[in-house]
Design a protein. Structure first.
Length: 366
């Protein structure tokens, strides 16, 4: 069965349909990862987006129960050059086509994904619609040009109520803005006693829990669409050690008086080089974001740049000059991607331990 992708600039790509028959609209982006399509599909940060895979063959190792980054995927569609109908892997439980059908996600194959990717790189991300062949293209283009993308993506993917992931170590409040399960797994590996809370948790609610640390998760959309989170960060900053990832990094910057801006086509892939300026080393990182911290806006604030993207020079890490708080734009939990930056979770644990030790010594000296 044929299906088409219609872009807001009038470009039409016709290919083979797979997955769900539903028609979906979203922001068309691309990911350069060669593997990890299951983790990408289930990453809540792709909420409302249609993902183009630049790697030409997708689905060859199937889908399994262990590699999901969320229970319910929020992506609006995927586009591939070639879809593998018969996966071969000892962990495979079903095909990507069957998975997409079950989750109501449309797919499009056999189009020129290189051409589509080059268009996005040249003109930036574009709104698009995955639809059947019998629609009026001009009407769809008009609707796309006038459509306003939703601003409630974080509300869509965040947990509605708090839940624990018990451990015997440091007590961590993990604020879920669209959390990948990889973050929770890394904290659990380090014996942290984690409480996952909704995106609209208040500073007062967190302080009443008396945690040893606060983790700000990744998530979709524009950080400025989550003003309640900015207020929360301002209320806890300096009182509890803090670690932010991706959207959490951007929200931290806004809470400290900096600014964020939309990128032309973002960073989405598992091979992005980042330089750690403090330790003079380079890491290959997994990334998925369409917004970045505007470096010029850091002037006059109490935060400094700790990491920088080597491809385009954008800000990839921040820390506070006076408080125990640091953030990164990339994904140290990987999933998918390299685990070069995994030690940042150990750094967070050490920060909590140092803060507790300082508190105990202060009590003894009082």
């Amino acid at each position: 069965m044929k299906r088409q992708l219609i872009l807001e600039d009038g470009t039409v790509f016709v290919g083979e349909a797979f997955g769900s028959e539903q028609e979906k609209t979203g922001e068309v982006v691309f990911n350069t990862g060669m593997t990890g399509y299951q983790e990408i599909l289930s990453d809540p940060s792709y909420c409302g987006q249609i993902v183009t895979f630049t790697y030409p063959l997708i689905g060859n190792y199937g889908v399994n129960r262990d590699d999901f980054e969320s229970i319910e995927p929020a992506v609006h569609g995927i586009i591939v050059k070639e879809m593998c109908d018969f996966p071969s892997n000892f962990r495979s439980q079903f095909s990507i086509d069957a998975f997409l059908k079950a989750k109501g996600i449309p797919g499009l194959a056999e189009i020129d994904t290189r051409k589509l990717t080059k268009k996005i790189r040249e003109f930036g991300t574009l709104k698009g619609k995955m639809c059947s062949m019998d629609v009026n293209v001009d009407e769809v283009v008009h609707s796309l040009k006038t459509a306003v993308l939703p601003t409630n993506q974080v509300q869509q993917v965040s947990t509605k109520r708090a839940y624990p992931s018990p451990g015997r170590g440091n007590k961590v409040v993990l604020v879920d803005f669209g959390m990948k399960h990889g973050i929770l797994r890394e904290l659990t590996k380090r014996q942290c006693d984690v409480l996952v809370v909704p995106h609209n948790v208040t500073a007062e609610e967190i302080l009443r829990l008396e945690p040893d640390g606060i983790m700000l998760s990744n998530g979709p959309g524009d950080p400025k669409d989550v003003p309640e989170a900015i207020q929360m960060i301002q209320g806890v900053l300096g009182k509890i050690p803090l670690f932010g990832i991706c959207l959490g990094h951007q929200l931290f910057a806004l809470a400290c008086g900096a600014n964020t801006e939309k990128m032309r086509f973002g960073h989405r892939g598992s091979n992005h080089p980042v330089k750690d300026l403090e330790h003079n080393r380079v890491m290959i990182t997994s990334q998925n974001h369409g917004y970045t911290v505007e470096e010029a806006s850091l002037t006059g604030t109490d935060i400094v740049v700790t990491h920088r993207a080597l491809n385009d020079g954008t800000v990839e890490g921040l820390k506070h000059k006076f408080h125990l708080a640091f953030t990164v734009q990339y994904h140290p939990e990987a999933s998918p991607g390299p685990d070069d930056a995994n030690l940042l979770f150990d750094q967070f644990v050490n920060l909590m331990e140092t803060n507790k030790k300082a508190g105990n010594e202060a009590c003894l000296n009082a």
